[in-house]
Design a protein. Structure first.
Length: 377
């Protein structure tokens, strides 16, 4: 409090310079910014055009480098619905995994040997990876890139649809199953014969029989009404019976090797249907306690005995007709005389007693018609 402060004119001058330096720096920076802004504004079109060219060049150079390093092939593009891939690989996993460790798989989809591929097999065997890689190879070929395969013949698709993964939309109030069905509905309503459709585990978000019924009906609809190239991965082994009733369906499965009490996933797509999902085995690999796995085996055996048919699986019959939307007619006949009576009836003039009498008369006629048709069958 009793201190005195002494300064010289030189110190006062330096003090003012230091205190004003920050403001002067901000003013100078703003002036430089305005100058730079004016320069960029004057060359904006040239800069944008240069950025577009460089971005395209960056993509092309990256694809070319990747094709050389990963030994991609140049695909043959056709105008039909053929899709033939030899030694196809997933473009992402092929880079992530050590060189030469990814198991390549062939794909052959054409009208002569089936266009709906039903893929069954164990969990973790590679079903989802396989159907994704086919879709990615098709996409890469159509964008003008080389593809991860030994050879590829790709028919141009008007659209590529994929229903894979499992997620919900909490912000929109949609459950996982609702999201799955919404996306599936969009595919069924917009896909054409020229489309490529990839479906993974349709129906898994609801009860077993509901899911199986939906998956079965979806495969039939795609086969009968759309006729597009489709890869359908599923754990519903009952769907493999569709091969006997639908000529365009073909069964594939992911090979496994059973050794003693262990299972080795070979990640190889082969012809035919799988007979197991090995879900309990996968649970054991994940570290589920042994007593839980043993109890699961007991329950599985019991469920299979209770719900299986004579050949070990539920029977689902193929509908006799599928000719688009069928409108059921009243009483089975559009020209039934009772329809004329109903059309001509003046409702406002009919008394309650008269209405009951007419209803009784129509009921008797319906019973007679039903008996006659039952006897004819």
């Amino acid at each position: 409090k009793n201190a005195e402060r002494y300064i010289t004119p030189e110190l006062k001058e330096y003090e003012e310079k230091v205190l004003s330096a920050d403001d002067k720096a901000k003013e100078l920076e703003y002036e430089i910014f305005l100058e730079m802004r004016d320069l960029v504004h004057g060359a904006a079109r040239r800069l944008q055009a240069t950025a577009d060219v460089l971005s395209n060049l960056d993509v092309l150079v990256s694809l070319a480098k990747l094709a050389r390093l990963q030994e991609y092939c140049r695909p043959e593009i056709t105008s039909d619905n053929t899709l033939k891939i030899v030694d196809g690989r997933h473009p992402v996993l092929d880079i992530i995994e050590p060189q030469g460790t990814f198991v390549a798989n062939d794909t052959a989809i054409d009208g002569d040997d089936g266009f709906v591929m039903l893929i069954t097999g164990p969990n973790m065997a590679g079903k989802s990876t396989y159907i994704r890689q086919v879709a990615l190879i098709n996409l890469m070929a159509q964008m003008g890139s080389f593809v991860p395969a030994s050879s590829a013949v790709v028919g141009v698709a008007d659209r590529i649809f994929a229903r894979v993964g499992a997620s919900d939309e909490l912000s929109r109030g949609q459950s996982t199953f609702m999201v799955e069905m919404t996306e599936t509905a969009r595919i069924l309503n917009t896909a054409s014969e020229r489309s490529l459709v990839v479906l993974d585990e349709i129906g898994r978000g609801t009860s077993t029989y509901d899911g199986l019924s939906l998956a079965w009906a979806i495969v039939e609809h795609i086969h009968d009404m759309i006729g597009c190239r489709t890869l359908f991965a599923t754990h519903y082994h009952e769907l493999t019976d569709l091969r006997h009733s639908l000529n365009g369906v073909r069964n594939l499965n992911v090979a496994v090797k059973e050794w003693q009490d262990d299972v080795v996933f070979l990640h190889k797509i082969i012809e035919g249907a799988a007979d197991k999902s090995y879900g309990i085995h996968v649970a054991r690999l994940a570290g589920v306690p042994a007593e839980v796995n043993e109890r699961a085996k007991q329950i599985l055996a019991q469920l299979e005995d209770e719900h299986a048919g004579s050949d070990g699986r539920p029977k689902i019959e193929r509908p006799k007709e599928r000719k688009g939307d069928i409108q059921l007619t009243l009483f089975g006949f559009a020209d039934h005389p009772m329809l004329d009576e109903i059309r001509d009836a003046k409702i406002d003039d009919i008394t309650p007693m008269d209405a009951l009498l007419r209803l009784k008369k129509w009921q008797e006629e319906l019973q007679k018609d039903g008996s006659a048709r039952a006897a004819a069958r």
